[in-house]
Design a binder for this molecule. Structure first.
Ligand SMILES: C[S@@+](CC[C@H](N)C(=O)[O-])C[C@H]1O[C@@H](n2cnc3c(N)ncnc32)[C@H](O)[C@@H]1O
Length: 243
């Protein structure tokens, strides 16, 4: 085994060992649950824009974007623009590709800061509900002819909404690429953790992922990400479209 293979083998074995480590898993789950209740993921920026993401999931997205080198990333849930600017900056490093960001409410104070950002040149913003047929048609038209498409779903986290987003956009994911469904963690947190939100244990992105996978054998959870990140908000939501 050469040194590169050796390194990869050790990593594989290390990650595999975490799946048999209830203490590490329990600590990680307890920590991220507490962090979510304290809105810890609201504390960061990417290239100056507030990003509502967990840094471990950002590293996973970087790994995926570098591996796939998508020519299009479709994202639902723009908020302050941090995640779409992050994706656009990864594509800038890759050297090609563009991002479509969809949000039901792109705030007046955010829009110019996103559009005029140095990474804004790789970005198209669409204001409207991600499950509005007009928006879906617009996105499909923009995606026509793209060879490698990645989708990130991070808007309304109810089961019904995520199912509708999956119905609208999962078919655009190209073989070998990913549909990343954010905040599956809601299912594994104590009930009532999000008192002002419509999602809850039993009604959230993870329940949608489970239902979606049961009807879509062309997708699978990429256990590599689910297993190694430990404090991920996505976990089983790293959906890979099989080759
Ligand atoms: C968690 S934030 C997105 C965070 C962003 N992805 C980031 O990492 O910085 C959720 C966003 O979803 C948007 N949203 C809620 N319902 C939506 C819908 N039906 N269609 C599109 N966007 C929606 C909200 O306006 C909000 O900006």
């Amino acid at each position: 085994m050469n040194p590169l293979e050796q390194f990869e083998q050790e990593k594989k074995e290390r990650i595999e060992s975490y799946t048999r480590d209830p203490e590490f898993k329990g600590l990680s789950q307890a920590w991220i649950s507490q962090a979510m209740r304290k809105y810890w993921v609201y504390n960061f920026t990417w290239m100056g824009r507030p990003i509502i993401q967990n840094p471990v999931d950002m590293i996973a997205l970087q790994e995926i974007v570098w591996a796939i080198k998508p020519d299009l990333i479709i994202e639902t849930g723009v908020a302050h623009g941090g995640s779409v600017i992050y994706s656009a900056s990864l594509l800038e490093l890759v050297g090609h590709g563009e991002v479509i960001g969809i949000d039901i409410d792109i705030r007046e104070h955010n829009r110019p800061l996103i559009e005029n950002h140095p990474m804004g040149k790789r970005l198209t913003l669409i204001e409207g509900s991600s499950i509005d047929p007009v928006v879906i048609a617009q996105v499909h038209a923009l995606a026509a002819g793209k060879e490698r498409v990645l989708v990130c779903l991070d808007s309304n986290h109810t089961h019904e909404h995520v199912m509708a987003e999956l119905a609208a956009y999962a078919s655009l994911v190209t073989p070998g690429s990913y549909c990343i469904v954010f905040d599956t963690i809601v299912e594994d947190m104590p009930p009532g953790s999000f008192p002002n939100r419509p999602w809850e244990v039993g009604d959230n992105p993870k329940t949608a992922v489970i239902e979606f996978l049961s009807a879509h054998p062309e997708f699978e959870t990429d256990a590599h990400y689910a297993d190694k990140l430990m404090t991920s908000l996505v976990g089983c939501g790293y959906l890979r479209r099989k080759d």
